[in-house]
Design a protein. Structure first.
Length: 359
């Protein structure tokens, strides 16, 4: 069985956020190719890993809630997720808007700021900009609405797959989600964005189902090699699909995600202390790193671009590490604890009302 603090999952989350950071740094400096390979798709691979990782970890969280007898699975789950995601994203957005930081769009050598309307600001704060078809004020914020919208369905998906340990139901759901996405591409004038992203999340549910069965696992040292191999496979597939239309481009996103979900439970946990400690540290601060690394790139390499490269690199590293650590201990961790306390009170209050009626 996998736990939420499994060293392999820490490594996976750390790899995901580092891929996103490297993708934006290389893009800023105009490093767009590696030999014959176009590097532009690599950033999405990092986000795709996040999607698979997130759905797996949250299925494990829902399992813990279920075992502890929570009588309102959906409400408890959503309260904790809202307190986990929204406080930091709101704070970062407010800072960008107040100080007019150019964080909306990244181009080689330059960030471009947005001049959002009140409605656009509200959509970004509420993480519904994909539904409203509005741009993200912070370039990396585009992925969070899809995660928040997944949360609405995840408790129901947990209840659907919980009675069985195989992956038949989740694999069927994955196939149906792809069929719907293809139908939307061909027949709907306005494609619902979420239809294209649901297949990116469902492999995490398959990983959850697979880890429920005891089985022999492959040696831990193969886990990093497997992630590296899947990364190369994704990049090769994305480069090939880019020349063959939108459908294949999405297929080359869905297929590696499926492979990732299927292999996650197949490996023994990493045990090398240096690797597990580094992975755990990066994973712990990964949300802050994800939301603030573009600011570190902008400040060090654009705003203070006249400084020597060594100084800019040190500044980028200091800001890239310092802000996530500050935000985690100042915002994320306290709000996580508040969300936990609020969520823990929900079933207690409900049971107390039922007990008072019965008496």
């Amino acid at each position: 069985m996998i736990s939420a603090d499994d060293s392999n999952l820490d490594f996976l989350r750390a790899v995901a956020v580092l891929i996103v950071v490297v993708a934006h740094v290389t893009y800023f400096f105009g490093i767009l190719r590696l030999g014959s390979l176009d590097l532009l798709p690599i950033g999405f691979w990092g986000v795709l890993i996040f999607f698979v990782h997130t759905s797996l970890v949250l299925m494990l969280s829902l399992e813990r809630q279920w075992k502890h007898g929570r009588d309102d699975l959906f409400l408890t789950f959503m309260v904790r997720r809202v307190f986990r995601i929204l406080p930091l994203s709101v704070l970062v957005l407010v800072l960008i808007i107040v100080f007019r930081l150019p964080q909306a769009t990244l181009q080689p050598g330059k960030f471009i700021g947005a001049t959002p309307t009140g409605w656009e600001i509200f959509c970004n704060l509420a993480l519904i900009q994909n539904l409203a078809k509005k741009d993200s004020i912070l370039t990396v914020l585009w992925s969070l609405p899809y995660e928040m919208q997944l949360y609405l369905f995840l408790p129901g998906l947990y209840l659907l797959v919980r009675p069985i340990r195989g992956i038949a139901r989740s694999l069927l759901l994955w196939g149906l989600s792809i069929a719907f996405a293809m139908f939307a591409v061909h027949h709907l004038k306005r494609i619902p964005d979420m239809a294209l992203y649901i297949p990116c999340f469902l492999p995490g549910i398959m990983a959850y189902q697979l880890q429920r069965k005891e089985r022999s696992r492959l040696p831990a040292f193969l886990w990093p090699l497997t992630i590296a191999g899947l990364t190369v496979l994704y990049l090769l597939g994305a480069n090939w699909a880019w020349r063959h239309g939108a459908e294949l481009r999405w297929a080359m996103r869905w297929a590696p995600g499926l492979l990732l979900g299927l292999v996650i439970p197949r490996f023994m946990p990493l045990s090398a202390r240096w690797l597990t400690s580094a992975s755990h540290c990066i994973a712990k601060y990964s949300y802050g790193i994800y939301l603030t690394h573009c600011f570190a790139i902008w400040l060090a390499f654009e705003r203070l671009g006249s400084l020597p490269m060594a100084v800019k690199t040190l500044l980028f590293t200091a800001v890239g590490i310092g802000r996530p650590v500050l935000f985690y201990h100042g915002v994320e961790e306290p709000m996580i604890l508040v969300g936990k306390r609020v969520a823990d009170r929900i079933p207690v209050r409900r049971m107390a009302r039922l007990a008072s009626v019965a008496s």
